[in-house]
Design a protein around this ligand. Structure first.
Ligand code: PGA
Length: 245
């Protein structure tokens, strides 16, 4: 069984001071959980400070996006190498909020993912269907299309760094979670195509974490809302540690 991995996606939340306080709480909360890996994804402005606070500890740092070029005239963009320099180990890519609100396309996710790997980061690549796609029976096709596009032209060494997050769009921030069976089915499908770890994301809470994590192909969680509450995030990580034990 894979080592469970939990990443808190803090989205657009928190001052530097608030992010440091939350990071410290997370670090202290999961300090005794040796069976799981834990990362937090603060806003760009807090990345360096949080990475410094967490250095030498078990909790690592993820960014929430990056660009694909290393440098140049790209006002407003942040390069993967800059994220690595700031102390990041991971970068979340292709989150459905970026796809839906900012028009991010699969081709961009692929360029970003390959650039992230070149910079030594591990991309956490988000895929998942909308409610309309699920109702139309297009879930599997949608996941495969997103994966094939995002992971195009990556060799096995690159794929080894990739983490996939299955995040059904209808479950993100809605309080609606995929059933364990629904998640398992999607995760098994991802793994039939690519040799990656697969996290589940979408309204993961302490109350539903254990059932989801008990599925054989659910390797951890990408946690949004509940990761802003250190006790909830810790409880989710604990559920993972107990399932792994
Ligand atoms: P949520 O977000 O846990 O608040 O549903 C998950 C995500 O967007 O990664």
């Amino acid at each position: 069984m894979r080592r469970p991995f939990f990443c808190g996606n803090w989205k657009l939340n928190g001052s530097i001071a608030e992010s440091l306080a939350l990071a410290t709480d997370v670090r202290n909360g999961v300090a005794t959980l040796r069976e799981v890996d834990v990362a937090v994804a603060p806003s760009f402005t807090a990345l360096y400070a949080v990475a410094k606070r967490l250095e030498d500890g078990p909790v690592t740092v993820a960014a929430q996006d990056c660009f694909w070029e290393d440098k140049g005239a790209f006002t407003g963009e942040v390069a993967p190498g800059q994220l690595a320099d700031a102390g990041c180990k991971y970068v979340i890519l292709g989150h459905s909020e970026r796809r839906q609100l900012f028009g991010e396309l699969d081709a961009a996710v692929n360029l970003k993912a390959r650039a992230a790997v070149r910079a030594g980061l591990s991309p956490i690549i988000c895929v998942g269907e909308t409610l309309a796609e699920r109702d139309a029976g297009e879930t599997i096709g949608r996941i495969q299309a997103q994966l094939d596009a995002a992971l195009a032209d990556m060799d096995n060494a690159a794929l080894e760094r990739v983490v996939v997050a299955y995040e059904p769009v209808w479950a993100i921030g809605t309080g609606r979670t995929a059933t364990a069976d629904t998640a398992q089915e999607a995760h098994a499908f991802v793994k039939s195509l690519y040799p990656t770890a697969v996290l589940y994301g979408g309204s993961v809470k302490p109350e539903n974490a254990r059932t989801l994590l008990a599925q054989p192909d659910v390797d951890g969680a990408l946690v949004g809302g509940a990761s802003l509450d250190p006790a909830s995030f810790e409880a989710i990580c604990l559920a993972g540690a107990e399932v792994a034990a």
